[in-house]
Design a protein around this ligand. Structure first.
Ligand code: HEM
Length: 434
């Protein structure tokens, strides 16, 4: 087998991370699905990992780090630590995925304060989101043209592929416009930009993106599922940045800056709506087939989502002690350690006289609009889960959609009420945030 031949030859040579034979390894994972890779092959990869993680002088090289992160994703089931974050290869994508967020992640970028380099962080996220969608659409096109033998089971018909294309373009267009790549008169069509981005996605140019696709089975739709979840993770990580910056702005009494950050977050979340529509084109039967092998990986383990939730408002103790936060202990610890929230920062700013008059309304309106966007996200998510899952339990060991129905109306903020019509503004609840 090519996998064994090339790995053995790599091991008996210089075994440099730059020359690691990724292609045959990926090909084997893709041929059968991560869940079904033979034990002997995994043992061989485990042996490679022991070599590349052996203590060496100095910090790891970028190639060494990439290889280590890839092996951790590839060997998650073998190690018995398979979960949502390893399923989505979040570490490879440099997205926050644990208490030890990798250097280069947004949190590290923001170590000098949440307001440091906001444009660069936003652009990085836009670029990643656009590339994820571009790649998902490129796979759909390649499969429809029978130009790939990757994930051959349950391929959708041409109509579904066309619909996915339309929705993917809609989901990525705002990011492309912000990046200055589409949206203006002299720009190419967003679809053409996405095609160009996908063509650029060579193993040499974008290795992390290429390596971050390790489906558990060989069902076509799992590709879409993984890319949409990764895109949402990218979005949530961005919302976390915006909320942290909002808290800092409120503490400094900068109402306009706080409202702008919230408004940006609100637009991001709302503009991502077509991602859910895109995922709704998944064939429920295909989903139910591959999800048999995703047991134990659930977005209930999404660190960024729970950070987002808890940065809005400190969750009640009952929620903190429920599976929702038991699955993300590092976030629960942050809350217990006194992580500030927008809700509290808003009240404190009003109490201290840092926000007065029209500024209170300005921030309250932005909070109300953001809360409405989060509630909308939860409702759509619940509807999608009901359609795909029916009465089955979740892969995160909750009872499934009854859990989602129960949590969808948890208040986003307690100091303002969500705006039923985000374009018209929101009021502090009870007329005052006190
Ligand atoms: C086929 C589509 C989907 C289904 C059937 C589904 C189903 C579920 C279920 C049953 C849960 C409860 C936890 C569990 O037992 O697993 C859950 C939680 C969650 N899902 Fe999804 N989901 C889907 C898509 C998505 C997408 C695209 C995202 C975006 C990242 C997402 C984000 C979340 C989050 C953040 C939670 C935790 C909610 C909380 O604890 O309050 N889901 N999902």
């Amino acid at each position: 087998m090519r996998f064994v031949r090339e790995l053995t030859s790599w091991l008996s040579g210089a075994a440099e991370a730059d020359d690691f034979p990724y292609s045959p390894v990926l090909a084997e994972f893709h041929r059968v699905g991560k869940h079904f890779v033979e034990k002997e092959l995994l043992a061989l990869l485990d042996h490679v990992r022991a070599q590349v993680t052996a203590p060496a002088p100095g910090p790891p090289t970028p190639a060494g780090r990439l290889l280590r992160d890839f092996l951790d994703v590839a060997l998650d089931k073998w190690d018995g630590r398979y979960d949502y974050r390893s399923y989505l290869a979040l570490r490879l994508l440099r997205l926050p995925c644990g208490a030890d967020d990798p250097p280069g992640s947004a949190e590290a970028v923001h170590a000098g304060g949440p307001a440091a380099h906001p444009d660069r962080a936003r652009r990085d996220r836009d670029r990643l989101l656009a590339r994820l969608v571009a790649d998902a659409l490129a796979f759909e096109e390649a499969a429809a043209a029978e130009a790939t033998d990757l994930l051959p089971e349950d391929r959708p018909g041409r109509e579904v592929v066309a619909k996915r294309h339309r929705l993917g373009v809609r989901a990525a267009s705002p990011a492309l416009a912000r990046l200055g790549l589409a949206g203006a008169a002299h720009h190419p069509e967003p679809a053409a930009v996405l095609r160009a981005l996908a063509a650029d996605r060579t193993p040499a140019g974008e290795p992390a993106l290429w390596l971050s696709m390790l489906p558990v089975y060989v069902s076509h739709d799992e590709y879409l599922f993984i890319r949409v979840l990764q895109a949402y993770e990218c979005l949530f990580a961005g919302l976390v940045d915006e909320l942290r910056a909002t808290i800092a702005a409120l503490a400094a009494g900068r109402a306009r800056a706080a409202a702008d950050r919230l408004a940006y977050a609100c637009r991001q979340l709302t503009a991502a709506g077509p991602l859910f529509s895109l995922l709704a084109t998944m064939q429920p039967a295909a989903f139910r087939t591959f999800r048999q092998y995703t047991e134990g990986a659930s977005a209930i383990q999404s660190r960024s989502y729970k950070l987002m939730e808890s940065l809005c408002r400190t969750p009640e103790e009952a929620r903190l002690e429920s599976p929702a936060y038991q699955q993300v202990p590092e976030v629960r610890d942050r809350v217990h350690a006194g992580q500030p929230s927008v809700d509290e920062a808003f009240r404190a700013a009003v109490r201290a006289g840092l926000l007065t008059g029209a500024d209170v309304d300005l921030v309250a309106r932005a909070m109300g609009a953001f809360a409405a966007a989060v509630l909308q996200w939860r409702r759509t998510h619940h509807r999608l889960a009901t359609r795909m899952l029916g009465p089955r339990p979740g892969t995160g060991y909750t009872e499934g959609t009854p859990y989602l129905a129960a949590v969808r109306s948890i208040p986003v903020f307690s100091s303002v009420t969500p705006d039923p019509d985000p374009s018209s503004g929101a009021r502090p609840s009870g007329g005052s945030p006190e």
